[in-house]
Unconditional design. Structure first.
Length: 245
C-alpha cells in the first residue's frame, strides 16, 4: 500500500460550489446535471476570456485548494477523459462551414491546455503532466500523482481532474455519467503537515458498479463521509483506496 495525505481539496459541479455544498451532497448523493460556470475572477482578464468551460472548472478547483504561496512551486498532474471536447466540436463545425479557425481557440483545444493555463496563471515552471485513460482517468491520474510523490517525497503534488458534458452529436457515445465537474487535490507524504491519510494500491478483486456520477466525485463522496474502503476501476482488477489506520 502506498500512503498519501490529502492536504487540501477543491471541487466544482452543477449547484455545488462550497465545502458545505459538497458535505451535504456526500451525505445524500444524487446524479448531477446542468451547467457549471464557476467564478474565475482570480484570473487576469485576458486569460479569463480565453478559458473554455473545462478550463474554468479545473482552474477554479485548483484555486480552491492550492494556496497562493505554493502555486508557483508545486508539481502538477491534470487528467481529463475527453479534454476540451466542446471546443473541438465547435472547431469542426467551423471547418464544415469552410470558415477560418481561430488560432486562440485551436491552442486551447489541446489536451494539455489546462496544465498550460495553470502554469501561466501561477507562474509555475515545474513539471506538469496531462493524461487521459478512458473511464479510469481519475484512477490513473491519481496513480501518476502518487508516482511523483514517490520520486520526491518532500514535495507536494497538485492533482486536478475534470470533464465537461459532451455536446451533440457525440454525447450519446459516452458510456459513463458526464456531468461537468472538476476535482483538485493537493497530495503529500508529510505526517507533520497534518490531514488524514489514505493508502492506495491495486487489487485483483472486482470493483463495485460505477455510480451515477464520475469516479472522481465518488472518491470525494467516500472521503467526505469517512468510509473505510473504496474500489474503483473498469478492468479485471481495480484501484483500492483505504483510510490509513
Amino acid at each position: 500500500m502506498i500512503p498519501v495525505r490529502i492536504a487540501a481539496w477543491g471541487a466544482v459541479a452543477p449547484g455545488l460550489d462550497s465545502p458545505a455544498d459538497w458535505q451535504a451532497w456526500a451525505r445524500a448523493p444524487r446524479p448531477l446535471a446542468g451547467e457549471c460556470r464557476p467564478d474565475v475572477k482570480f484570473l487576469p482578464a485576458m486569460q479569463r476570456r480565453r478559458c473554455d468551460g473545462l478550463s474554468r472548472m479545473m482552474l477554479a478547483a485548483a484555486n480552491a485548494c492550492c494556496a497562493e504561496t505554493e502555486r508557483a512551486d508545486v508539481r502538477s498532474v491534470f487528467a481529463s477523459r475527453h479534454g476540451s471536447f466542446g471546443t473541438t466540436v465547435s472547431m469542426l463545425e467551423v471547418l464544415a462551414r469552410e470558415e477560418p479557425l481561430s488560432p486562440t481557440q485551436f491552442s486551447h483545444s489541446v489536451h494539455n491546455a489546462q496544465a498550460g493555463l495553470f502554469s501561466i496563471w501561477a507562474g509555475n515552471p515545474e513539471l506538469a503532466q496531462s493524461l487521459a485513460s478512458r473511464n479510469e482517468t481519475f484512477e490513473h491520474g491519481f496513480l501518476e500523482a502518487v508516482c511523483l510523490l514517490s520520486r520526491e517525497p518532500a514535495r507536494r503534488v497538485l492533482f486536478v481532474t475534470g470533464d465537461e458534458a459532451l455536446p451533440e452529436p457525440v454525447s450519446s457515445l459516452c458510456d459513463d455519467p458526464d456531468p461537468p465537474y472538476a476535482l483538485a487535490l493537493v497530495l503529500d507524504r508529510h505526517e507533520s503537515d497534518g490531514g488524514p491519510a489514505l493508502e492506495f494500491d491495486l487489487s485483483d478483486a472486482d470493483p463495485a458498479a460505477r455510480p451515477d456520477w464520475p469516479g472522481a466525485l465518488e472518491f470525494l463522496r467516500w472521503w467526505l463521509v469517512e468510509e473505510g474502503e473504496l474500489r474503483l476501476g473498469a478492468g479485471p482488477g481495480c484501484f483500492r483506496f483505504r483510510r490509513a489506520p
